[in-house]
Write a protein that binds this ligand. Structure first.
Ligand SMILES: NC(=O)c1ccc[n+]([C@@H]2O[C@H](COP(=O)([O-])OP(=O)(O)OC[C@H]3O[C@@H](n4cnc5c(N)ncnc54)[C@H](OP(=O)(O)O)[C@@H]3O)[C@@H](O)[C@H]2O)c1
Length: 288
């Protein structure tokens, strides 16, 4: 089975690698050619011309940053390019955007499955991403051999837009839990409360989330380099959630406050760092 993977970013690179280690014949596309070098060395097909990657395979797996990147890659060629192609879209986009893609791709003779993922680089490498799929059940079954390489138990959610919405609902929690924990940790530090006692009580309580321990070291050391998921993507997903919340007539006032903090983080050169860097805005370092 031939698969072209589009976007050799933080997620696309390990996903392409994982598929290539499995039984698939993989071609990789990236707009910036330098990121293709490691794949060239491994003998994979590589190209920085989107239409060549489209032509190379029947299955086109997208790990691009956002809706505009997807449009740039899929729809710049001739209208016949997508006939008979199956597009598996793994980036985080809005339900509305996913529905637009389905319509355009179907009109051009292709099939479309949305398959956003929870998990990051380590999970992509180990094939343990949580894959959520939206589209027809028949197409989900057809794509299952691919999805199962990336996540042990891909879950069919429902029609197009449903998996995209579920993914946004989860990423809203990333923003809210990280902001909430940052604020509490900030007070603990400022008041000189014993950190281990705070964490021990928190861990034993119903308020605990594992992400707190995952980010504790970074926040404690104020080290946010080498991100799996950078702050700029958290802003993108928060904006997508806020738009979806407005459409659904939800009161997302709390998240608007958090977006303001994330925007301050971006303005303070934290865009490319791990998203837990919002701690720097919520609890800035004080003079010793
Ligand atoms: N990182 C994570 O932990 C994670 C987890 C789950 C979901 N996601 C989602 O998965 C998607 C990819 O994330 P990522 O972390 O891999 O992002 P990333 O490292 O920023 O990579 C983005 C990719 O998109 C390409 N791209 C951007 N604009 C383009 C355009 N106009 N034309 C062609 N290519 C374009 C980039 O190409 P260049 O190299 O040329 O810039 C790059 O290959 C995002 O939607 C993200 O929200 C990420």
């Amino acid at each position: 089975m031939k698969i072209s993977v589009f976007g050799m970013g933080l997620m696309g690179a390990p996903i392409a690698m994982k598929l290539a280690q499995s039984r698939f014949s993989v071609t990789v596309y990236n707009r910036t050619a330098e990121k293709l070098e490691p794949f060239k060395k491994l003998g994979l097909g590589t190209t920085s011309v989107a239409n060549e990657a489209i032509a190379a395979s029947d299955y086109l797996l997208l790990t691009l940053s956002d809706f505009s990147a997807i449009n740039a890659v899929l729809f710049s060629g001739t209208s016949s390019d997508l006939i008979g192609k199956t597009i598996i879209q793994m980036g985080t986009i809005a339900p509305k955007e996913s529905k637009i893609l389905e319509k355009k791709i179907t009109e051009l003779g292709g099939q479309y499955l949305e398959a956003p993922v929870l998990g990051s680089i380590p999970q992509a490498k180990s094939g343990t991403l949580l894959v959520m799929a939206g589209g027809t059940e028949m197409l989900f079954s057809e794509c299952l051999p691919i999805l199962q390489v990336l996540g042990e138990t891909p879950t069919y959610i429902g029609k197009i837009g449903s998996a995209a919405a579920l993914k946004l609902a989860l990423n809203q929690l990333i923003a809210s839990l990280t902001a909430g924990f940052s604020l509490s940790l900030g007070l603990i530090q400022r008041e000189g409360v014993d950190l281990e006692k705070f964490m021990t009580i928190l861990r034993a309580s119903a308020l605990y989330a594992p992400t707190f321990d995952k980010k504790l070291q970074r926040m404690g050391d104020r080290q946010f380099e080498n991100p799996n998921f950078p702050t700029k993507h958290l802003l993108k997903d928060t904006n997508l959630f806020l738009q979806a919340a407005e459409d659904a007539e939800l009161n997302a006032g709390g998240l608007i406050g958090i977006r303001n903090i994330i925007e301050q983080a971006i303005a303070n050169q934290l865009a490319e760092l791990d998203y837990s860097a919002i701690f720097e805005i919520i609890a800035p370092a004080t003079e010793p």
